[in-house]
Design a protein. Structure first.
Length: 193
């Protein structure tokens, strides 16, 4: 994987463990020559991971909608900043650029982006790894909800398994690197039958 989208918060949260995880992921990207694609801000988790990579001369690509360009503090150090019209366009641009997705702690927007990436894979529109770095048990309740959805018949287990979860950067990146996409022809044949 050469380019990975990271979904994360524009806040740092209250526990410094989250900032530490963003730095660790940024260091991993820099060491392994992986380009970051992210929301374009210089604040919160977004700013930390971008700053970490930029400090090591790594590649950072920001994608930010015009409406947020005024409200958010756009990262001036990011040379490749793509300004788009709408939030939905941001997701399309990120999708076209990315080889995979990783989610760090964040709020509504972070969860929205995570579930859109999973939905695209579930529908076989994309075949890219979707990872979740479950730092400090941050996403435990989300994972319980997904398991409840499987138990109640609203989510198939094979679709639940599309989400690669780990508690450390190295473990998550190993899972991302070993991800094998479902063969689409097999899926299409199943749907036709």
């Amino acid at each position: 994987m050469n380019k990975i989208v990271v979904f994360c918060g524009s806040s740092l949260g209250f526990n410094p463990v989250y900032k530490k995880a963003a730095v660790e992921l940024g260091n991993y990207f820099s060491k392994n020559k992986i380009s970051l694609i992210y929301g374009g801000g210089k604040v919160g988790m977004m700013g930390i991971i971008a700053d970490t990579i930029l400090a090591q001369n790594g590649e950072v690509i920001g994608v930010i909608p015009k409406l947020l360009e005024k409200e958010e503090v756009v990262h001036a150090g990011v040379e490749e900043m793509i300004v788009c019209k709408k939030m939905s366009e941001r997701k399309v641009i990120m999708s076209k650029l990315a080889d995979g997705y990783i989610t760090l702690p964040g709020g509504f927007g972070t969860l929205d982006e995570l579930f859109e990436a999973l939905t695209l894979n579930q529908l076989h529109i994309e075949q890219k790894p979707v990872g979740l770095l479950n730092v400090n048990g941050f996403f435990d309740a989300v994972l319980l909800q997904l398991d409840k959805m499987v138990a109640e018949g609203y989510l198939k287990q094979n679709n639940r398994d599309l989400l690669l979860v780990a508690t450390s950067v190295n473990e998550l990146m190993k899972k991302m690197d070993n991800y094998k996409a479902t063969k689409i022809s097999h899926v299409i044949n199943k749907v036709i039958r």
